[in-house]
Design a protein around this ligand. Structure first.
Ligand code: ATP
Length: 334
């Protein structure tokens, strides 16, 4: 593991796998110390991964099971990993339509993405079933959300098509990746209105305050009340973050990479979507609309990851900074 802030030439997935192995050992040692004389094994380590669209979190999460089982070859049994994505925990299409109808004119809630469009009871149920399995519990089934259904609006697939991950008491690590994992309301929530007014009066000043490398901020494309509705919805996610043990943030050197990646990756993403699902790709306008809907979330709520109330802050957080080519330029623990 490199020292904080040192550039590295290793791929992000390898660095993250090594760190997870280290954190898993610490997690098991702590469990043994907290349960003297108790037979059995520690519950799985829940590792959240956050990164903006295109930063490579799905790619990284897909590499981790093999890397972790290899990294553990010296231990008696290989590390068994289950991967879960926040993208599979969206509300079904009919419920997304209800959210949109209840928030007319709020573009942030007009489709899946922001806080308020996930099925939190389902997310809590699945994560709890993995984290605190009863001995001999049934296999856990992970929901699947197909983004290509309903002309790209997406829908959850029927339960008999969910992914079975086997007996939960054999799982060592749960990798939970999501674009807005760890997001929290501003503190105090009234800061949102202050930042918004600042952005209206002085967009450059607001960009500096928000730590973004472009101006004006995308939040100005929305009504302040619409941003506040998303902020209100975020409160309920704190229960989910409580289930996370360790946290990896993939942070681009510049937030502007997000739409550069989106536009560059588009032909491939469209191609994949069409090939896999017969879905439809995005036009230029749709890409712009998509970006305007996601970027305010990063601008306002991303810093919640570092909130001291999060269980991972203070030694169980890892920030991996990536350049435009998604190569690691710095690593920092938090
Ligand atoms: N380290 C890497 N090396 C090579 N290609 C990568 C790497 N990381 C990501 N990619 C590629 O970059 C593209 C975007 O990555 P990925 O889909 O994992 O991003 P993401 O953060 O999960 O985005 P989204 O939230 O939109 O799903 C993919 O085509 C992926 O294969």
């Amino acid at each position: 593991m490199p020292n904080d802030e040192q550039p590295t030439h290793r791929p992000a997935a390898e660095l993250i796998a090594d760190w997870i192995v280290e954190r898993l050992e610490a997690h098991r040692d702590k469990w043994t110390a907290d349960h003297p004389g108790k037979e059995g094994r520690a519950p799985p380590l829940v590792c959240a991964i956050q990164g903006p669209q295109g930063s490579g979190k799905s790619y990284t999460a897909s590499k981790l099971p093999a890397l972790l089982s290899r990294a553990s070859s010296s231990s008696p049994t290989p590390i068994r990993t289950v991967a879960l994505s926040l993208d599979d925990l969206y509300l079904p299409h009919s419920a997304l339509a209800s959210v949109a109808a209840s928030n007319p004119s709020n573009a942030l809630l007009s489709g899946r993405g922001q806080a308020g469009t996930h099925d939190l009871p389902l997310a809590l149920r699945v994560l709890r079933a993995l984290k605190t399995p009863e001995p001999g519990a049934d296999a856990v089934r992970l929901p699947v959300f197909d983004k290509s259904l309903h002309g790209g609006e997406g829908d959850r697939v029927p339960e008999d098509e969910w992914v079975s991950v086997g007996a939960p008491d054999e799982v060592d690590v749960v990798v939970f990746e999501g674009w807005m994992n760890g997001f929290r309301p501003l503190s105090p929530p009234t800061r949102l209105r202050e930042l918004y007014s600042l952005a209206q009066a002085n967009p450059e000043g607001a960009s500096a305050r928000l730590g973004i490398d472009y101006t004006p901020p995308f939040l100005l494309e929305h009504d302040v009340a619409h941003l506040e509705a998303v902020q209100d919805n975020l409160r309920a996610y704190e229960e989910l973050w409580e289930l996370v043990d360790v946290f990896v943030q993939i942070r681009p050197e510049r937030m502007g990479f997000v739409w550069e990646w989106r536009l560059e990756g588009r032909p491939l993403q469209e191609h994949n979507m069409k090939a896999q699902n017969g879905g439809v790709g995005m036009t230029d306008e749709q890409v712009k609309h998509f970006i305007a809907r996601y970027m305010p979330g990063y601008e306002l709520f991303l810093r919640g990851i570092d909130d001291a109330r999060n269980p991972w802050v203070g030694g169980n957080g890892l920030r991996v900074v990536v350049d435009k080519r998604r190569e690691v330029s710095a690593v920092e623990r938090f």
